[in-house]
Structure formats: structure tokens, C-alpha cells
Design a protein around this ligand. Structure first.
Ligand code: PMP
Length: 306
């Protein structure tokens, strides 16, 4: 079955993705005025259930992105979670899935202004296992493209127009033979990946850049910070210099798509001894257990479809 036959949610209705179209004059298409999320559903075979990971946090961030971009959403967080569940049921999914909810400026309007422009809400789904290969270490490079700043396009808002910045960096490094890009912010500090947050480990302490380093406030990042706290692993949120990446013992990305993805090489410097480090390994395994509903301590992060 083509993904185009899957059932999506568009203009208030559940219908085949192939019927979910927009006019070429749509404001969001012309100006990148769409805010979006990325949510995972994990299929647990033993429980015969699809488990949504932190949907409430994801929708809260979506509504915050909408607020920054002067958009309104017709649906409450609870209603949007119900739509996710309904999509799983209607598509009869028994596999790992990815949901892409978004709010967009749907008016056919020439001016790029945000106010008094009507919005729409849609969700489509994809079957998704790994977004980045998590079975091996990633070879990454610092991009020559700098991360957009809060006063340019706020990265805190997950707005489609801002992803032109991610696209430039990602293609640059892939065409140069690497797997993923790392952005520096406008000050030259480490920011994040093209679609992931970043963490380093030095002498047993985890560090991750602060919100003011032009990052997306990642739900996986927040989860890793909370896990480190509960598991008594020291973690500090502070600015990270580029050269610290090279001498870190461990470096990893986090994201809904990437999950916990370890990095073996940055700008042709081997990280640690080139294998997955003990803290990254622990967090990667812990995260996998949590998302599949196999860790009772973290059940409050999960919503079961059935
Ligand atoms: N940064 C960027 C730029 C992203 O696109 C993503 C993916 N949503 C992340 C970080 C990770 O965020 P999350 O853990 O919420 O998926």
C-alpha cells in the first residue's frame, strides 16, 4: 500500500492522504508559514498496542509555535491526542509510526503578514523505524551554515520556513560524505543538529546547549535531561564551544526521529575511542525501554491507543 492510501486528517475530516491537497497560492506554501510537530507511536508486540510518546508535550509545543506565529488552532491538546488515536485505528497500524501534525496559514493571500490570516490543521502519518542509523556511530560535520537566531526566525517555534536553514546544512554535509550536520549559533557556540539536539559527555558529566543557543526545545532532550536527573547522572546545561566537541568522551544526538543516536566522528576527529560510550549506551537503551512501555517508572510519558 502506498502511503498516499493511508488515512490522514485534513480540513476537519479523516480522508485518504492523496485527497489532502492545498492550492498553489496558499500562504504557507509561499512564505513557509506552517508550524509542525513530529510524534512517534511505538508498536509493542507483546501488549499488541501502539504507544504514543509524550503527545501532550508535543502538542503543547505545537501550540506555543502557533502562538509565536500568530496562528490559532481549533483543537485542544486532548482533541488532538484523540485524532492521533483515531488515525492509528483507521489505518489499523501495528508498526512504528510517525505523525506529522501541523497548523498552517491556509489563506490565499499575497501579503506575507501573519495577523488576520486564516489557519488550518492537518496530520499525516508515515511508517518509520530509524530516521538515522542508530546501529552504528554517525560521522558528522559542523556546517558552514549558522543556525538562525531568535531574532531572525525563532528556533523555539518549529516553523517550516526555518527548515530552509536545516536543509542547507543537511545537504551540505551529506554531499560532502557525512551523515548529519551540527550547527553553530550566531556567537559560534554549538547549537544543535539539523533535526536533533546534541549532548556531549566529558569526565562523566553530560552537557547540552541552553535554549539561548538557538535550539528547538526538544521533547527527547527534555526526556534525556529528566532521565539523567532520576538516574543520578550529572548533567549541566551550558554553552558548548566547537572544539569541546572534538575532545569529548561521548557525543550523541536526540530527537523524535533520531531517538538517541551516537556519534563516532566529528570533522574527521574520532570521538572517544570511536565506539559507543557507556553513558550514551545506557541512555539509548533506557530510552528504548521507556518508549516501548517496558519501564514502569516512566509510564506517565506514554499514551496507549487501545
Ligand atoms: N532540533 C530540531 C531542529 C528538530 O527539528 C528536532 C526534531 N523535532 C529536534 C531538535 C528534536 O526535537 P524532539 O526531540 O522534540 O523531536
Amino acid at each position: 500500500m502506498s502511503n498516499l492510501d493511508s488515512i490522514a486528517f485534513h480540513e476537519g475530516e479523516f480522508k485518504p492522504l492523496r485527497e489532502c491537497t492545498v492550492n498553489i497560492m496558499t500562504h504557507a506554501l509561499q512564505y513557509g508559514t506552517m508550524v509542525f510537530g513530529g510524534i512517534r507511536g511505538y508498536y509493542n508486540n507483546d501488549k499488541n498496542n501502539v504507544i504514543l510518546f509524550r503527545p501532550k508535550d508535543h502538542f503543547k509545543r505545537l501550540l506555543n509555535s502557533a502562538k509565536i506565529m500568530q496562528m490559532k488552532c481549533k483543537y485542544s491538546i486532548e482533541e488532538m491526542i484523540e485524532i492521533l488515536k483515531e488515525l492509528v485505528k483507521r489505518n489499523q497500524y501495528k508498526s512504528n509510526i510517525y505523525f506529522r501534525p501541523f497548523i498552517y496559514k491556509s489563506a490565499l493571500r499575497l501579503s506575507p503578514s501573519l495577523h488576520d490570516v486564516e489557519d488550518s490543521f492537518s496530520i499525516y502519518t508515515l511508517l518509520l523505524d530509524d530516521y538515522l542509523d542508530t546501529t552504528r556511530g554517525l560521522r558528522v560535520a559542523v556546517s558552514t551554515w549558522r543556525r538562525i537566531d531568535d531574532n531572525i526566525i525563532p528556533t523555539r517555534a518549529k516553523v517550516s520556513g526555518g527548515y530552509a536553514n536545516s536543509a542547507l546544512a543537511k545537504s551540505e554535509v551529506i554531499q560532502n560524505g557525512f551523515d548529519e550536520a551540527i550547527f553553530l549559533d550566531q556567537k559560534g557556540n554549538v547549537s544543535e543538529g539539523s533535526a536533533e539536539n546534541i549532548f556531549i559527555v566529558r569526565d562523566g558529566v553530560i552537557y547540552t546547549p541552553p535554549n539561548h543557543s538557538s535550539i528547538l526545545e526538544g521533547i527527547t532532550r527534555k526526556s534525556i535531561i529528566e532521565i539523567a536527573k532520576r538516574e543520578n547522572i550529572p548533567l549541566e546545561i551550558r554553552e558548548i564551544a566547537r572544539s569541546e566537541l572534538y575532545i569529548a568522551d561521548e557525543v550523541f544526538f536526540t530527537g523524535t526521529g533520531a531517538q538517541v543516536a551516537w556519534i563516532t566522528e566529528i570533522d574527521r576527529r574520532v570521538i572517544g575511542n570511536g565506539t559507543i560510550g557507556p553513558i550514551t549506551k545506557f541512555l539509548k537503551e533506557k530510552y528504548q525501554k521507556i518508549v516501548y512501555g517496558e519501564d514502569k517508572e516512566y509510564e506517565d510519558w506514554l499514551v496507549y491507543v487501545y
